[in-house]
Every structure is written in structure tokens, then in C-alpha cells.
Ligand binder design. Structure first.
Ligand code: SAM
Length: 276
């Protein structure tokens, strides 16, 4: 995969040289280029922002430096920015971090991990002139994506999070691919609690089942802890959970948490509460 990030603070992306993503870059599993938007300006002050039409607080990012930057990236990536026939058949995906975007999640990370080229446009100030996204749609598949329902100062932190979530799904990046399968959100549930040595620590014991060596019981305990944790912390996830193929034991575990299975979906009993 090739990733290009455009920002007025390229140094902000330095953490992408570290840890698993840094190693993936060194190993050639991921090509990642960071571009300074200011190098695509033409005035002596390297201006990237201006006052908003219609008035109001703050500044807006000017369109032309963005068009120059994106055209240059599209050309370097092999895309045909004129929309002709000699570029790759699939447009690169242009991700525009924005609190007004679709919410980024694990399913989107999986979908984006299948792409050949991702380009991230880090906004600052009040954001990027809207016409950039309209124009870019001719050359890229444009995806405005939000990290969550809060406002950051710029897109860089969102890019760090998204690149890490997407990059770790690329083949070979995480040493043991099984660890990706068992994680929170991989199956619509949160992960079970985890423990390590010592088994007794500050008067707190590791749950006995984990020391039993009985792999069947351990698997069932973990699964039911996933149910409990998701019901407690993220009941919204259970509304989407496919409960059609739950075993009798799983249904009973959900029953104790106050849920019935109706038409393949979990329904919270009106009187259902979490057990003490
Ligand atoms: N005026 C914009 C609004 O209310 O939608 C917020 C602009 S914000 C101060 C500046 C930049 O930070 C945005 O252009 C975007 O790149 C980034 N940003 C802020 N919050 C974000 C979020 N929740 N997810 C992704 N990017 C975000």
C-alpha cells in the first residue's frame, strides 16, 4: 500500500516512523510519504489560508495549494489526474479528516486496508475550501472521515490514528495475525479482559478458569466476558450484533444480562438489568 499525507505540520506525522508502522515502512510493506502543503504555494509568505466568504470567525484553507499538492501526488502514484485512460483503473482514496465526516471504525479500517493508495488531507483552521473536495472527486474517491464526535485542532492526530488502524491490518505488519481476529470490534463485540503474571497481585487474583488449563472453558468464559463488557460499556454495539447463530450457552449468557434473541437480533428486556 502507498499512503500520502499532506499537512502544514509534516513533523506532526513523525510517530509514523516508530513501532510497527515504522517497521512496516522499513520492510517495504508500506510506502508512506508526508508532504508539506506550503511547498505547493506560490507566494513569498507561503500562504495556505484566507478569510471565510460570508464572514465569521477563523480562517479557511485556500483551494489552489491543495489542488497542486493532490495533482502532484496523483501523478506520482500513477493516477491520471486528467481522467484519461492511462492511469490505474481504480482511483486512489482521498481521506479528508473532518468532525463532519462519516465516523471511522474498524469496518472502515478493514475496507481501506484493501486499497492500493490512500491520500490523507489534513485540514487546519476552519477546514479546507469545500470546492477542493468537489474537484478532487474527479481524480480520487473522496471520503470525509471523523475520528469521533469532538473537534481537534487539525487532521494530523486523526491521520495518526487512522493510518495505525489501517496499517496494522496489512499482511505481515502484525507478527501474529490471530491477534487481529480476537480483538475488540473484529466481531462486533469488545474484547474480554486480559491478565498476565503474577496470578496474585496486590490481593487481586486472576480468574481461576484462566489457570485451569481447560481450553473449552476458557474460550467460553472469554466469550461471555465479551458479552458482559459490551453490554455494560457499549450496548449500542449489541443492537447491530448478529445473534442468529448463538449457541444455547451464549443465549443463556445474554439472558443473564437481560437480553433475549428475537428474529436473530438481541432485544433488551424492558425489565432487564445487569446482574449485580
Ligand atoms: N470548523 C470545523 C467543523 O466544525 O466541522 C472544524 C475544523 S477543526 C478546528 C480543523 C481540522 O481538524 C479539520 O479540518 C479536520 O481536519 C480536523 N479535525 C477536527 N476534528 C476532527 C475529528 N473529530 N475527526 C477528524 N478530523 C478532525
Amino acid at each position: 500500500m502507498r499512503i500520502d499525507v499532506v499537512s502544514i505540520f509534516p513533523e506532526y506525522l513523525a510517530p509514523l516512523e516508530l513501532s510497527l508502522i515504522g517497521k512496516a515502512r522499513q520492510d517495504g510493506l508500506l510506502e508512506l510519504n508526508v508532504h508539506d502543503l506550503r511547498t505547493f504555494t506560490t507566494d513569498k509568505h507561503r500562504t495556505v489560508d484566507d478569510t471565510p466568504y460570508g464572514g465569521g470567525a477563523g480562517m479557511v484553507m485556500k483551494p489552489e495549494p491543495w489542488a497542486q499538492a493532490l495533482e502532484s501526488i496523483a501523478a506520482a502514484g500513477g493516477a491520471d489526474t486528467e481522467g484519461g485512460s492511462h492511469g490505474p483503473t481504480k482511483k486512489p482514496v482521498l481521506i479528508v479528516p473532518s468532525p463532519a465526516g462519516e465516523r471511522f471504525n474498524q469496518a472502515l479500517a478493514c475496507e481501506l486496508a484493501e486499497e492500493e493508495q490512500l491520500v490523507f488531507a489534513c485540514g487546519r483552521y476552519e477546514g479546507i475550501d469545500e470546492r477542493v473536495m468537489e474537484w478532487a472527486a474527479g481524480h480520487f474517491t473522496v471520503r470525509p472521515l471523523s475520528l469521533g464526535d469532538y473537534v481537534l485542532n487539525g487532521g494530523e492526530v486523526a491521520v495518526l490514528a487512522m493510518v495505525e488502524a489501517i496499517g496494522r491490518l496489512l499482511p505481515g505488519v502484525v507478527g501474529n495475525p490471530e491477534s487481529l481476529v480476537e480483538e475488540s470490534h473484529s466481531d462486533g463485540l469488545l474484547e474480554y479482559p486480559v491478565y498476565t503474571k503474577p496470578s496474585s497481585w496486590r490481593d487481586r487474583e486472576v480468574p481461576a478458569v484462566l489457570l485451569s488449563g481447560n481450553h473449552g472453558k476458557i474460550a467460553q468464559w472469554r466469550r461471555h466476558e465479551q458479552f458482559r463488557r459490551t453490554a455494560e460499556r457499549r450496548p449500542d454495539l449489541l443492537e447491530e450484533f448478529d445473534a442468529g447463530n448463538l449457541s444455547r450457552a451464549d443465549r443463556a449468557a445474554f439472558g443473564e444480562l437481560g437480553y433475549d434473541v428475537v428474529d436473530g437480533r438481541l432485544r433488551r428486556r424492558p425489565d432487564g438489568g445487569l446482574p449485580d
